[in-house]
Design a binder for this molecule. Structure first.
Ligand SMILES: [Zn+2]
Length: 383
């Protein structure tokens, strides 16, 4: 009956948990703001260091960014670990807080970065506190990794997560990112790739002798049309030529043109397929040349049998707590993509329900805090 006990304990502490979340929101920490990052980490360390289950706290300096935080709990006697991954940086620039201060209205709490994902950083620590209170010990160590550069691509944060994930075999990873609409957890995320296409044509006077030219712009347009046709094929691949440049003057047949391409795919097989398609593009007008560069940058987080098993566990716990937990497949990538590529079963989007990530109406549902905490606590105890 652990989930309902965690729920009751968190509900009894609702005011304190909200105050903790508020203190984190009220230190602005846009990616790259070292002072803000350290301020947020200070508060998290303060909260974690008093807990009997915490074995180690590590602050990792990141030049020009601030600090990552690693909190290890319940590690004694366990050769394996459960990872909880999140981030302390936000996309909201300094000054957002004075424009949109903490506000609690009709059960919603507004604040820059609260939904994505300061409330979830607080919740991770609060779940540990509650388990200690209930004298509940998970079967595996619990390792929380909160990075400070996720919103700008985890260049420094991902290697740290990977290192921590390799220290002890990971049973599974919970990514504390915001859930999809309706509080649904994310059981698969598409992989992503960024490519560029460059076309070389032949310049000519557009009025005097256009037949001597080969338009790079026309060729790029035809290639774009062909590539976008992939979106209609019913596979998990989506492709978008999102930026184009080309030509020099309106009276010159364009000698060159370029496009930037975003690709998404659901499986590793599809990532090979898209690489094959892009690397074998042939010019439609044979007087032009077509070059493609770029690569896959995030592998897909696939909905494997192990992921489904985790989700079913979460769903059963939610049902015990009287709510229906849904799942979502999303196109955007997270650190969960890399964890999945390491072969670790990942449940993503475990954060508190709300809406407006990265937007001015960003908020969480106050009534979901204890419920999500109970779901996470229940999961930690059931693995
Ligand atoms: Zn996030």
């Amino acid at each position: 009956m652990i989930p309902s006990q965690v729920f009751n304990a968190l509900q009894a502490r609702q005011a304190e948990v909200e105050a903790f979340i508020r203190s984190l929101v009220e230190i602005e920490s846009p990616s790259g703001d070292a002072e803000g990052s350290r301020g947020v980490v200070d508060l998290l360390v303060q909260a974690a260091s008093g807990l009997a289950c915490v074995d180690a706290i590590e602050r990792v300096d990141v030049p020009d960014f601030g600090q990552h935080l690693v909190v290890k709990a319940f590690q004694k006697g366990s050769q394996q670990q459960i990872l909880m991954v999140g981030h302390t940086d936000t996309v909201h620039s300094l000054g957002s807080l004075s424009e949109r201060p903490w506000r609690r209205e009709a059960g919603k709490i507004y604040g820059p970065g609260i939904f994505d994902m300061k409330a979830n950083c607080a919740l991770a620590i609060e779940v540990l506190r509650t388990l200690v209170e209930l004298q509940a010990t998970p079967a595996y160590g619990v390792t929380i990794v909160l990075t400070c550069d996720e919103e700008v691509g985890s260049l420094n944060g991902w290697p740290l997560i990977e290192k921590v994930a390799k220290e002890k075999p990971a049973r599974c990873a919970f990514v504390m990112e915001p859930p999809a609409s309706g509080g649904r957890v994310k059981t698969s995320r598409k992989g992503t790739g960024i490519f560029a296409i460059k076309v070389e044509g032949k310049a000519a006077h557009a009025g005097l002798e256009p037949e001597k030219g080969a338009s790079a712009i026309l060729e790029l347009a035809r290639q774009t049309e062909q590539l976008h046709a992939i979106n209609l094929s019913g596979s998990g691949i989506t492709l978008n030529v999102g930026v184009v440049h080309g030509g020099t003057r309106s009276n010159v047949v364009a000698a060159e043109a370029q496009g930037e391409i975003d690709v998404r795919f659901s499986t590793e097989a599809e990532s090979h397929e898209i690489e094959r398609i892009l690397s074998s593009l042939k010019p439609i007008d044979e007087r032009t040349k077509v070059f493609v560069s770029g690569s896959i940058n995030r592998p897909p987080m696939e909905r494997t049998a192990a992921v489904v098993e985790l989700f079913e566990k979460a769903r059963a716990i939610a049902a015990d707590l009287d709510f229906d937990l849904g799942e979502a497949q999303v196109g955007g990538a997270s650190d969960g993509n890399f964890l999945a590529a390491m072969g670790i079963p990942v449940l993503d989007g475990l954060g508190i329900s709300g809406d407006g990530a990265h937007a001015v109406h960003e908020h969480i549902e106050a009534g979901d805090i204890a419920r999500r905490g109970a779901l996470i606590g229940g999961l930690l105890m059931s693995i």
